[in-house]
Design a protein around this ligand. Structure first.
Ligand code: TXA
Ligand code: MG
Length: 312
């Protein structure tokens, strides 16, 4: 069992510039001291991630975030109700921001988030340094929701994995850009657009739907990629296919079926999504057929991830 000594050890390793994987309520993160350029570079090396993809910096509370980014009224409103939690804010870096520019991939903005997971919070509080952490998977693979996933892909290249069991939400945080004149969702995620619109009392756009340059490199279409092809909105499996099902009425005939949520619950489906994709992404199947998933609420983020996973 995990105890305080593990957390203390992990905090020390982070301060020493080593990589530590830790659970958050969304997915496991691959953490490094965000003040230490070399440590941040280790993240990119371990993940095999293109250097231009900026990282989220994790902090124990909003007060800590204000040291590094230019706070504003919308940030105040959103974080009052939704932090700690699965919401990431992109804000302008403070003039004297000491966080590695590599974590911002050279941009003048920084993504900050205060996770709700008690282990993550304990670790961040003890480490007492801001922690840059992308999802703890190899670049282009789906995000890990179990310590075993992290061990499988990165076990050899990191100092420690804090095992907090399965991640409750299972889907990454929502990334919202508050650095410009109007708020813009860069990545749909665990906090829904409706929730954000409710707090800000205004409509909020999704970056993909607006024209213009790529806002968030994480929006690259092939970001979440299993090895097998995905066939979306499948009503029944074809010969040789594995089936990612949703709901009570599941067609027969798949070589292997995993049901995201028998009762058709989008929250449950989100929690299972990446883990089940991993199970079905195995040799011996021709493709993964995915049943239609409703687009409202958390369904927006689930369908976004599935569309990316299907692009090749
Ligand atoms: O739930 C999560 O957010 C997890 C856990 C570990 O916190 N982290 C995560 O990190 O998913 P990552 O690196 O896999 O995704 C970060 C997303 C990417 O889409 C990235 O492009 C975007 O945030 N991002 C980070 N900094 C940004 C910035 N300054 N401007 C625009 N987008 C940024
Ligand atoms: Mg990721």
């Amino acid at each position: 069992m995990l105890d305080d000594r593990h957390i203390a050890r992990a905090a020390t390793l982070l301060k020493e510039g080593r990589l530590v994987a830790f659970p958050t309520e969304t997915v496991y993160g691959l953490g490094a001291n965000a003040l230490d350029n070399h440590a941040v570079a280790e993240i990119f090396a371990a993940k095999g991630r293109p250097k231009f993809n900026p990282l989220i910096v994790h902090l124990p509370d909003a007060e800590a975030a204000k040291h590094y980014v230019q706070w504003n009224e919308q940030a105040e409103q959103l974080t009052k109700t939704l932090w700690p939690g699965p919401l990431t804010l992109v804000l302008k870096r403070q003039g004297n921001c000491r966080i590695s520019l590599l974590a911002s991939a050279g941009l003048d903005t920084l993504a900050v988030r205060v996770p709700a997971h008690p282990l993550a919070h304990a670790l961040l509080a003890q480490a007492a340094v801001p922690v840059a952490a992308p999802s703890a998977n190899r670049s282009g693979r789906v995000s890990p929701t179990l310590a075993a996933h992290v061990q499988e892909e990165l076990g050899g290249s990191i100092a420690m994995i804090l095992d907090g069991g399965p991640c409750e939400v299972g889907l990454e945080s929502t990334v919202i850009d508050l650095s410009g004149a109007t708020p813009l969702i860069l990545r749909p995620g665990a906090v829904t657009r409706e929730q954000i619109a409710g707090v800000l009392r205004r409509d909020v756009g999704l970056a993909m739907q607006t024209a213009g340059p790529l806002h968030s490199p994480g929006m690259m279409e092939s970001h979440y990629a299993p090895t097998l092809p995905l066939r979306l909105n499948a009503l029944r499996p074809e010969a040789g296919e594995a089936l990612l099902a949703f709901g009570l009425h599941v067609p027969a005939g798949a070589k292997h079926t995993m049901n995201l949520s028998e009762r058709g619950d989008l929250k449950e489906a989100a929690a299972h999504l990446f883990a089940y994709l991993r199970v079905l992404d195995a040799p011996g199947y021709s493709a993964i057929a995915v049943m239609p998933i409703p687009g409202e609420g958390l369904g927006e983020a689930i369908n976004d991830r599935l569309k990316r996973a299907a692009k090749r």
